[in-house]
Design a protein around this ligand. Structure first.
Ligand SMILES: [Zn+2]
Length: 419
């Protein structure tokens, strides 16, 4: 008897495509040879984990789903307020301000009547819950696990971020989710190599050990899928990363620079509020300061830390909304210089008041650098012939491709079905 179709998605956070090689990640390199391999896959902007998670889940860019970075600025009681998206209460706050969490349905919502979804994630709570913020399926996370209707689950996760937690998560995912519960969509999101690479040099022995660890986790998933679907027809296996990383060349404190140049009256003033996002920053403007947007954008273009400065209607070109409090998007300056371990890509980074800054010499992401914008993306099974594809592809294409495999409509999604 033919079994129902399923999709299995495994994400190695922050693993750039160029770092998947036979010597660094042998199982992933072997999987690539068996897969439809999208060599031109790109991340979204800002290339942060929470934006990426929302874009993967909705098949849509930030302009459509409304989640604009790891740090966001909300309009609360007439004031612009800067908040970390990673904190457990952020999504409730977003819902109370805007009336809803994400502005587009997630794959969890679309699949709720058709076999459901189970997400097991070891990254930040914000990124984990953005897979399914309104509780249509199951999300397992160390900060709290929830089932349909947002009901707290008693069989939650007691693991820690990092390699040991990832290994325990993978073991449980393969045994419980893939073998026993068999939802239409199963997502495993590993914290490595991202967690370690924010504190070490890219390509260092510590970083390579975490790539090897993530590689072994993916291989465990691949072997489980092989046992469950030896013909490779029913299960679509998606192995990917959300973004890569760049080495932090130097850090700037954009708040202080704006105060010193007279664009902000003080560090805590709210006429212009900076949302740092690693190697990018989004600048939000109070109504009273919107007349300054183009002059401030031109000032930013003249600064040695700036890469690309985008404002006005061109925000849409980056997948960002126009017409709201967001005024300017800044991708920090980056270049293709190699670090001492031979890993290319170096960027200026913006210091954050929250915990997601990386020191100089370590890995960071968020911007438009070649490495941070180049995740890997392999699709195996579901009748897809293996081989390299040169067509444009992005994180927003994953959900429509998964839904197509499952025979579910992806209407309203911005991404395309990858073939
Ligand atoms: Zn990430």
């Amino acid at each position: 008897m033919k079994k129902p179709r399923r999709a299995v998605v495994v994400v190695c956070d922050s693993l750039a495509a160029d770092l998947v090689r036979p010597d660094t990640a042998p199982a992933l390199a072997a999987l690539r040879a068996q897969s439809a391999h999208f060599a031109s896959a790109r991340s979204v902007f800002p290339s942060t984990t929470r934006t990426s998670s929302a874009s993967m889940a909705t098949g849509s860019p930030p302009s459509a789903h409304g989640l604009l970075g790891n740090t966001m600025v909300l309009h609360e009681d007439g004031q612009l307020v800067r908040l970390s998206v990673g904190k457990p209460g952020f999504l409730d706050r977003l819902r109370s301000v805007t009336g809803r969490t994400l502005r587009c349905p997630t794959w969890a919502e679309r699949l709720a009547p058709y076999g459901g979804s189970i997400v097991m994630s070891n990254v930040s709570p914000g990124a984990a819950y953005l897979q399914d913020p309104d509780g249509f399926g199951h999300v397992y996370h160390r900060s709290g696990s929830r089932g349909p209707g947002g009901i707290a689950l008693e069989d939650g996760l007691s693991i820690e971020v990092g390699a040991v937690g990832d290994a325990a998560l993978t073991e449980r995912f393969c045994r419980e989710v893939l073998r026993d519960r068999a939802p239409a969509l199963a997502v495993l999101w590993l914290s490595e190599p991202d967690h370690t690479a924010h504190h070490v040099a890219l390509g260092s022995p510590e970083h390579l050990a975490m790539i090897a660890h993530a590689d072994a986790c993916v291989d465990q998933v691949r072997r489980t899928v092989d046992v469950l679907d030896p013909g490779g027809e029913e299960i679509l296996l998606v192995a990917c990363s959300d973004h890569g990383m760049e080495t932090v060349g130097r850090q700037i404190d954009l708040d202080t620079l704006l105060v010193e140049a007279g664009w902000k009256s003080g560090l805590e003033s709210s006429e212009v509020v900076v949302a740092p996002n690693g190697n990018a920053a989004l600048l939000y403007f109070a109504d009273s300061a919107r007349a300054d947007i183009s002059a401030l954008a031109k000032w930013l273009q003249d600064q040695d830390f700036s890469g690309r400065v985008v404002w006005g209607s061109q925000l849409a070109d980056l997948g960002l909304p126009t017409g709201g409090p967001l005024g300017i998007a800044l991708a920090l300056r980056h270049d293709a210089v190699a670090n001492s371990h031979g890993v290319t890509g170096c960027s200026v980074s913006v210091r954050s008041p929250f915990s997601d800054s990386s020191p100089p010499g370590c890995g960071q992401h968020g911007g438009l650098g070649a490495s941070e914008q180049h995740p890997f993306l392999y699709l195996r099974g579901g009748g897809l012939p293996p081989g390299e594809r040169s067509q444009p592809a992005s994180l927003v294409d994953i959900a429509p491709t998964v839904l197509h495999h499952l025979g579910i409509a992806a209407d309203g999604m911005h991404g395309r079905v990858l073939r």
